[in-house]
Design a protein around this ligand. Structure first.
Ligand SMILES: Cc1cc2nc3c(=O)[nH]c(=O)nc-3n(C[C@H](O)[C@H](O)[C@H](O)COP(=O)(O)OP(=O)(O)OC[C@H]3O[C@@H](n4cnc5c(N)ncnc54)[C@H](O)[C@@H]3O)c2cc1C
Length: 288
């Protein structure tokens, strides 16, 4: 697809067009696309569910590759659980739900994080004290040269919302080790996680989740609240009243409204509290 507006694909519901939006159907298709882009000198990025990305209103003159049509899951049972191979484009939420139905446990605290497996690994997504890397064994990547590699967890340098997955590398699949547990107990934990998220997060509005990272273990919302910014609005972008580290789109926000609000929060928090906030979300295309 050409000149596709990213507002249709990001959870914040803003963003201008990308040059190409490519959906490979399998690994050889992906390698062919990467080879073609390289030959044509077209820059590219990988994209999952767009839940941690804010794209500028002007869009980006690049290709975006989305592997959400490459979906598979394979199980190899062991005495106490199973090794599970899952495609990078699979929705994390759906994966956790399906594994719970099989009585396989280990990812339930991440339930309802709205990304894909690939996006979650790149960001080392986490919640309720758990991260995606906890039960991960290895990933399969395809790099910009079209080379396929298996990378074990200890080489992925996972940190707080970071990994060593490079922007030119696609996480095509991941292997988790999940342990056997009573299905009802797993689903009870998932229901708890969902309930807490619903209580704390402004799920009724488009957003990108937490905008800023914690600062030395202190959640960013505390600083934003202390700076008196809860509810502060620029255009259609507003600091959520429910969770001050969420910026919500009131329905008419532009990417520029959101960027201006992010810059204002950083400035005010620094001036009032001497604290420097760093974005957890990725901003695409704002630098020109
Ligand atoms: C309501 C809401 C709640 C959220 N709650 C949480 C939370 O509790 N904890 C948390 O950690 N995050 C949370 N997030 C943020 C977000 O869901 C996670 O960061 C998620 O892991 C991003 O996945 P994605 O597929 O949407 O990635 P995208 O936003 O599409 O991309 C994010 C990054 O991953 C890269 N990427 C995507 N797919 C691949 C791939 N296959 N291979 C290589 N790189 C890839 C992209 O290039 C980009 O760099 C929340 C977001 C929302 C909207």
């Amino acid at each position: 697809m050409q000149d596709v507006p990213m507002k249709r694909y990001t959870s914040m519901k803003v963003g201008g067009p990308v040059k190409y939006l490519i959906y490979p159907l399998d690994e050889s298709d992906l390698i062919a696309a990467l080879t073609h882009l390289k030959q044509e000198g077209i820059r590219y990025r990988f994209f999952g569910n767009g839940t941690n990305v804010i794209v500028d209103d002007r869009g980006i003159n690049e290709a975006v590759i989305r592997i959400t049509r490459m979906v598979h899951t394979r199980h190899r049972a062991t005495e106490n659980g199973a090794y599970v191979d899952v495609a990078g484009g699979v929705s994390l939420r759906t994966f956790i739900l399906h594994e719970s139905e099989k009585g396989l446990s280990g990812l339930e605290k991440l339930y309802w994080i709205p990304g894909t497996i690939g996006g979650a690994i790149k960001m080392n997504a986490g919640s309720f004290g758990s991260t995606i890397s906890d039960t991960l064994e290895a990933i399969r990547i395809i790099n910009g040269q079209g080379i396929v590699k298996t990378v074990p967890k200890n080489e992925l340098l996972f940190g707080y919302r970071t990994s060593s997955v490079h922007t030119s590398e696609c996480v095509v699949s991941a292997r988790f080790y999940l342990t056997a547990r009573d299905k009802k107990a797993i689903q009870k934990d998932m229901a708890y996680v969902y309930g807490e998220r619903k209580k704390r997060h402004p799920m009724e509005f488009p957003s990108s989740g937490s905008i800023f990272k914690q600062v030395h273990g202190t959640p960013a919302w505390k600083f934003i609240e202390q700076a008196g910014l809860k509810g502060y609005q620029i255009g259609g972008a507003q600091v959520s009243q429910k969770h001050a580290n969420f910026i919500i789109n009131r329905g008419y926000a532009t990417a520029q409204d959101i960027k201006r609000l992010i810059d204002t929060i950083k400035k005010e928090v620094f001036e009032k509290l001497g604290v420097t906030l760093h974005e957890e979300v990725e901003l695409w295309g704002f630098d020109g």
